[in-house]
Ligand binder design. Structure first.
Ligand code: PEP
Ligand code: MN
Length: 338
């Protein structure tokens, strides 16, 4: 349920209604819009009669049942777009955010080289996997804690915040100590114990869509993080499984306007995993922005031919710089900035 307050309601009104709701045994999530304040109510819907009675208060405009199964992630509960900053980098606002870097952190030299290149080209956030979710147990599994250390050092040196994947609940703490954004990968989007732990970590979460996850399931996964007390979630469309084999996955750009309608959370597009081939990355990065994405996450490698993971879909730094220069005027036409 949501409680919509009348425009001009005072702080005392908001606190009074919130206290009454909490006294009924519900949790409240406040959303202060430019015109209206909405109190999201989470708890047992069977007790809704008590909430409906709050319509008699002067400051309450309406008490409405949220129709979507995801509540806090829905636009009904939070009409304005979610915006937040990661070490000064805005996410979800007018500025498009670009996260770039290697699939895996492979060595100090590799990470430093790629970080310097993506920074020079205008990327805002450095990506790089330390714990890698590989399909084969014989494939490179990542530098793990050593990789986290390299990410933190490189972040300090370049000033770029870092996004990296966490795969297990027990690693959330150490990853959160080293990274600015915690990535939940496609294969873990419904790892609910992991979602509950990242909800408590105090850092923003980049939640990838699973390759076989419906939009509703994806938003329900985001709901776990929001309901656990972490409002800073950014979604990422990275391609779904279809019958098509020309590309690694099928980048579902339909998902962007659909999610934008259903939810207030920022959404990124990952054209690297979405296509699996570097030649298609630029086209789908542009298409992602045109579809309304709030940003991109792109794999860049100084030597893709020898990359330990995802070389075929990685852009060389020069190609990435070229793409950035093409994205800038596009962002402007779309009423965004880059
Ligand atoms: C990655 O970002 O390198 C990655 C493994 O992504 P996904 O979870 O989307 O496959
Ligand atoms: Mn990858």
């Amino acid at each position: 349920m949501i409680i919509v307050l009348k425009p001009g309601s005072s702080d005392a009104d908001i606190e009074d209604v919130s206290r009454r709701v909490r006294d009924f045994g519900f949790k409240t999530h406040l959303s202060r819009g430019e015109v209206r304040t909405i109190i999201g109510v989470v708890g047992d819907d069977r007790a809704k009669e008590q909430l409906l009675a709050l319509q008699s208060l002067d400051c309450v405009e309406n008490v409405v049942r949220i129709l979507q199964p995801f509540k806090l992630a829905s636009r009904e509960a939070h009409p304005d777009n979610t915006q937040f900053k990661v070490n000064g980098v805005p996410v979800g606002g007018k500025q498009v955010v670009v996260m770039a870097g290697p699939c895996s952190v492979e060595s100090r030299a590799q990470l430093e080289t790629v970080a310097a290149e993506v920074k020079a080209a205008g990327a805002h956030v450095l990506r790089g996997g330390a714990f890698k979710p590989r399909t084969s147990p014989y494939a490179f599994q990542g530098l793990e804690e050593e990789g986290l250390g390299l990410l933190k050092e490189t972040s300090k040196r370049t000033g770029l915040p870092v996004v990296t994947e966490v795969m297990e609940p027990d690693k959330v703490e150490v990853v959160a100590e080293h990274a600015d954004i915690l990535q939940i990968g496609a294969r873990n989007v419904q790892n609910f114990s992991l979602l509950k732990r990242v909800a408590e970590c105090g850092k923003p979460v980049l939640l990838k869509r699973g390759m076989s996850t419906s939009i509703q399931e994806w938003l329900l996964s985001a709901e776990y993080v929001l309901a656990g007390g972490n409002p800073n979630v950014v979604l990422c469309e990275r391609g779904i499984r279809t019958f098509e084999t020309s590309t690694r996955y099928t980048l579902d750009l339909n998902a962007i306007p659909v999610v934008k309608k259903l939810s207030h959370l920022p959404v990124l597009v990952d054209p690297s995993h979405g296509t699996g081939h570097w030649e298609y990355v630029a086209a789908m990065a542009k298409a992602g922005l045109a579809a309304g994405a709030d940003g991109l996450i792109i794999e860049v490698h100084n030597n893709p031919a020898e990359a330990l993971s995802d070389g075929p879909q990685s852009l060389k730094p020069t190609k990435f710089a070229q793409l950035m220069s093409e994205l800038r005027p596009l962002a402007e036409v779309l009423g965004r900035a880059l």
